[in-house]
Design a protein around this ligand. Structure first.
Ligand SMILES: Cc1cc2nc3c(=O)[nH]c(=O)nc-3n(C[C@H](O)[C@H](O)[C@H](O)COP(=O)(O)OP(=O)(O)OC[C@H]3O[C@@H](n4cnc5c(N)ncnc54)[C@H](O)[C@@H]3O)c2cc1C
Length: 495
């Protein structure tokens, strides 16, 4: 295998891969590109005074921005303030894998948790969001490179064959078989060639975007509609006082305060550091690498021209798509967990997790051994006990929240924004009655047990799934260990 160097863990990397370093505190390439389009704007000024608002949204990622957008769409007179400690899109919304996928591949789980009718309602609403993100980009002339190409789940080892069947069977039973249907090995190869691809399943309701251009485009539209956006503004404390909520902030320029009637916490993995949500989340990192532009090689050597995004069937999933400029953006889930809700350096500066993404790419596409990887970056994901997001309102009725996307939040955060706007405005509509709203997800154990458990599970999952890719059946102890979360009632890890 020309150009490869075998690493101690058995993965194959090139010299160039070994020289690649995580972005760390530097901006990831998606965000660099989006900021370059905008002419490298200065961040909006931080909040340094006392002010009032009808609604304060904390967090300038998709959840916060879609909430602002939907609020102002419904009531343009609302005084909406958005507070973001970095810049809008500086979090995972500006650095994710760009998958805008529906939930038909989750249909089996949704049905098990909520029953057939409510499962269908959830999946239909996420599909609506997949489509609406595309039409929203067109309507607002935001070139987020939205492409509706479907999503392919593929098995890359005989031990993962048919792992989609719980959802494809559910789709058949519920009369929506075209939403998520099985593909033979030949059909998969007709869409993308890899020596490790076997059979798979195709979800039609799925697209891809340039994630940072979507986040920054949303910011621009929200600002144009009158939202007051303060960046570099860290929300330190939130206090309920009678019919108002005080939001106390700090920034490099000083302290600030907003009094509002309602607050939305759109904090993603950072929610795990806030008391009411601390036990509802585990934070893990997800990692990405990106190739140089190789449009011709992608067509000639792997025949991947249909715009499908692709995931394998691992729990520590590999996910990849082709960008408009002909690069492959390739991600690997299952990075390291965080401790006690702290989102520290390991989420952006963890070479071994970044290299796992590179190794995944090399294993799946050996035909591209001579292609250079140019970037490596990571970020936190917010994993809930059942792998699904939750939206709701804390006691007192003024503080709303949405989190728990579990690394799959691009389309669901659009739905989240619609739901949160509905909760704030008190409208009675089908989406505010979805089972994702108001329910209390199962809690995780307190620290240090949560961290230790997440760490052990992560190592065991990686070991099991790496072995399965080499055709090794997991040893009984490894099977028991990786199956433990399921037995304890968490929907994490393999069945
Ligand atoms: C590497 C990677 C790849 C991914 N790939 C995909 C994918 O392909 N498809 C998919 O669907 N999902 C993917 N995800 C997940 C997806 O990015 C998230 O689910 C989604 O962006 C969540 O949006 P959000 O607005 O809730 O969170 P975020 O974008 O994280 O926004 C939360 C914001 O809150 C801010 N904040 C936190 N605390 C405070 C505070 N105290 N004061 C002020 N501001 C605060 C943060 O700075 C952050 O900007 C991926 C995630 C990662 C890390």
């Amino acid at each position: 295998m020309l150009g490869y160097i075998a690493c101690v863990d058995g993965s194959l990397l090139t010299d160039g891969d070994l020289a690649l370093r995580p972005a760390g505190s530097l901006r990831n390439p998606w965000l660099r590109e989006a900021l370059a389009d905008e002419g490298y704007p200065l961040p909006n000024l931080p909040l340094t005074r006392r002010t009032d608002a009808d609604v304060v949204v904390v967090g300038g990622g998709y959840t916060g921005l879609w909430t602002v957008y939907h609020l102002l769409e419904r009531d343009p007179q609302l005084r909406v303030v958005l507070l973001e400690m970095d810049i809008c899109g500086g979090g995972p919304s500006g650095r994710n894998g760009g998958f805008v996928n529906g939930w038909w591949d989750e249909l089996g789980l949704l049905r098990e948790l909520f029953g057939s009718e409510r499962a269908l309602a959830c999946a239909r609403e996420v599909s609506r969001s997949v489509a609406e993100i595309g039409t929203w980009c067109e309507r607002h002339a935001i070139d987020a490179q939205y492409r509706h190409g479907g999503m392919l789940t593929v098995s890359t080892t005989p031990l993962h064959d048919g792992s989609w069947r719980c959802s494809t069977d559910a789709a058949k039973r519920l009369g929506v078989e075209d939403a998520y249907r099985e593909l033979s090995e030949a059909e998969v190869a007709g869409r993308c060639r890899s020596p490790v691809f076997r059979a798979g399943a195709l979800m039609a309701d799925a697209g891809t975007v340039h994630p940072a251009r979507l986040a920054r485009g949303l910011r621009a539209v929200c600002v144009a509609r009158g939202a007051l956006v303060h960046e570099g503004t860290h929300v330190r404390r939130i206090r309920r006082e009678g019919s108002t909520v005080r939001i106390i902030t700090e920034s490099a320029a000083g302290e600030g305060e907003v009094r509002a009637s309602q607050v939305v916490l759109a904090l993603n993995a950072w929610a795990a550091g806030w008391r009411p949500f601390r036990r509802s989340l585990v934070t893990w990192s997800s990692w990405m690498v990106r190739t140089e532009p190789i449009p011709e090689l992608i067509e000639e050597r792997i025949g991947w021209i249909g715009g499908e995004s692709i995931v394998d069937a691992r729990f520590t999933v590999h996910y990849f798509h082709v960008t408009r400029d002909g690069r492959i953006a390739f991600g690997a889930g299952g990075g390291r967990p965080g401790y006690d809700g702290r989102i520290g350096r390991s989420f952006v500066d963890d070479l071994s997790s970044g290299r796992r993404a590179a190794a995944g790419f090399r294993r799946i596409f050996p035909q591209l051994a001579d292609v250079r990887l140019t970037d490596m970056w990571g970020g936190p994901i917010d994993v809930g006990a059942d792998h699904l997001p939750r939206f709701g309102t804390l006691a007192g009725g003024r503080i709303h929240f949405g989190f728990g996307y579990s690394g799959n939040g691009v389309a669901p955060s659009h739905l989240g924004g619609r739901i949160l706007a509905g909760l704030i405005l008190g409208t009675d509509e089908p989406i505010t009655h979805l089972p994702l709203v108001g329910g209390v997800p199962r809690r995780f154990p307190p620290e240090p047990f949560r961290y230790v458990g997440a760490r052990i599970l992560r190592e065991a999952l990686v070991r099991r799934e790496d072995g399965e890719e080499r055709g090794l059946r997991p040893a009984p102890w490894l099977k028991i260990l990786t199956g433990l979360p399921r037995r304890l009632g968490y929907h994490l890890g393999p069945d």
